[in-house]
Design a binder for this molecule. Sequence first.
Ligand code: CDP
Length: 281
Amino acid sequence: MAGRNIATRLITRAFSSSPKVTQKGTRPFQVAIDGPAASGKSTTAKMVAQRLGFDYIDTGAFYRCVTLAALSKGIDPSNQTQASQISNLAQSSHIGLNTVFSSSPSSLPTTRVFLDKKDVSSEIRTGTVSKHVSAVAAIGPVREAVLQKVRDMGATSTSHEGNSGRAGLVMDGRDIGTVVLPNADLKIFLVADSRVRAERRLQELAKSGSKEEGSDVETVQKDLERRDELDRTREASPLRKADDAVELDTSHLTIEGQVDAIVQEVHRRQKAASSSSPSSE
Ligand code: CDP
């Protein structure tokens, strides 16, 4: 448990400098989680959503689906002359996510991803898709099409007419705090050493059975660093920490410790918002 205590101390320090929550009206609570590749965003986001009874949207899955759609039509995403074809695909593709939450707080929710009704959950995680996804995500009209789909899904998932009608929303990606949910009630920016991230990604791929032959930690680390560089330097919504985000370096943190701290911070902000709302006076 020592790791968990250190995690909690480090996180408490990070949150203590964060701005106070402001009253945001009655819409569902929104948590935005951004950060570079394999920084632990999706595991953290899913577990936070499960603990809080919130919905979860993995926005990277959208860019991965568009990349897969382009590759399966023989389009080369690194060829800039193909950008308008890829943008058309982004608009016309139907992308669905289905997250199944577990009743046991210790087991991870699973997300299935559907591209035009086909389950592509494993296919979108292959090395080939990972290699090309940042080039696709840098195309402005692709981002606009994805942004629309993500916002529609977010609005549906937390509305009572929607399938889940859950109490809040956790979204992870690269531009959630800056572009997708600029008024999110809590913004987290996860970072971690690139070697640690590469080791985690390899473990994840091995566990899911999608580790490709010949992939070693150096190759994976180089690919993550190349992808981060593309994501940070692109013109359209680059990867950056929102001014009001809390930065957490997860290199030495346990997943449970960081999830606990984020859940506690959500409770603290919900309480602060409800005690400052006019109806509570
Ligand atoms: O899981 P990992 O961190 O490797 O990546 P991901 O979240 O699945 O996202 C894959 C790629 O999609 C990223 O490298 C970005 O290029 C892009 N992306 C983005 O541009 N904006 C987002 N909101 C989410 C992902």
